[in-house]
Design a protein around this ligand. Structure first.
Ligand code: FNR
Length: 205
């Protein structure tokens, strides 16, 4: 059951705002940031996008820093952070992945989270969840290789993943303003990406 189907009100605690209630008319988007870094550009990007969303969507960044390293021996007795991650994904209408590129692929912490929520076999939390993929890096190709590897994994996990527009951002002065919002020419482009992604979620959830 996705949140927007629910006939009751569910308490949630998005990481960017105080505890609130999701109403029946709201869709919930789970956000996974592929960096644990305190001053992560990708977390900044994710939270700037959250602030640009229309009121019928609620975003929640799902913590992945406290997940253990995935070990198939633990499938029958998942740790509490793993159960929490899977429950949050199951309750979401869509999943937005915002990730850096590490050595021309996705960071291991992101893959670890993906592997956790895909198991036990036949009980993946990801299947059918409409996905959006974007990222920012200091390199010129702006996470293109990381996103391509991630898309490969999401296809296997049966997640309908929006193909266009693509977002390859390079972290440069002026990308964010003093408040941490997207600045300059990137803002209109990213608003367009977000609007298109939320339509994608409406269509596929
Ligand atoms: C990087 N970085 C990087 N950048 C890039 O464009 N392509 C790459 O393949 C890599 N590889 C890479 C590996 C490792 C282990 C680290 C730590 C870094 C640089 C990366 O873009 C930069 O550190 C970003 O700031 C990471 O994103 P966050 O943490 O700011 O969100």
């Amino acid at each position: 059951m996705s949140i927007h189907d629910a006939s009751r009100r569910l308490p949630v605690a998005p990481s960017h705002q105080p505890t609130q209630e999701i109403t029946v008319s709201q869709n919930r988007i789970a956000v996974i940031v592929g960096s644990l870094r305190k001053d992560s550009f990708n977390r900044k990007l994710a939270h700037a996008l959250m602030r640009m969303a229309p009121p019928d969507f609620v975003f929640e960044e799902l913590p992945i820093a406290d997940l253990p390293l995935y070990n198939q021996d633990d499938d029958a007795t998942p740790a509490e952070p793993v159960r929490r991650l899977k429950a949050s994904i199951s309750a979401a209408s869509g999943v937005m992945f915002v990730t850096p590129e590490y050595n021309r692929s996705m960071p291991s912490v992101l893959k670890n989270a993906i592997d956790h929520a895909s198991r036990p076999y036949g009980q993946s939390a990801w299947a059918g969840k409409p996905a959006g993929v974007l990222g920012v890096s200091i390199g010129a190709i702006g996470t293109a290789m990381a996103q391509q590897h991630l898309r490969n994994v999401l296809a296997y996990l049966d997640m309908p993943t929006m193909g266009q527009p693509e977002v390859f951002l390079q972290a440069k002065d002026g990308l964010f303003d003093a408040q941490g919002d997207i600045a300059g020419g990137s803002r209109a482009f990213l608003q367009g990406w977000l609007d298109t992604y939320l339509d994608w979620v409406r269509k596929h959830s």
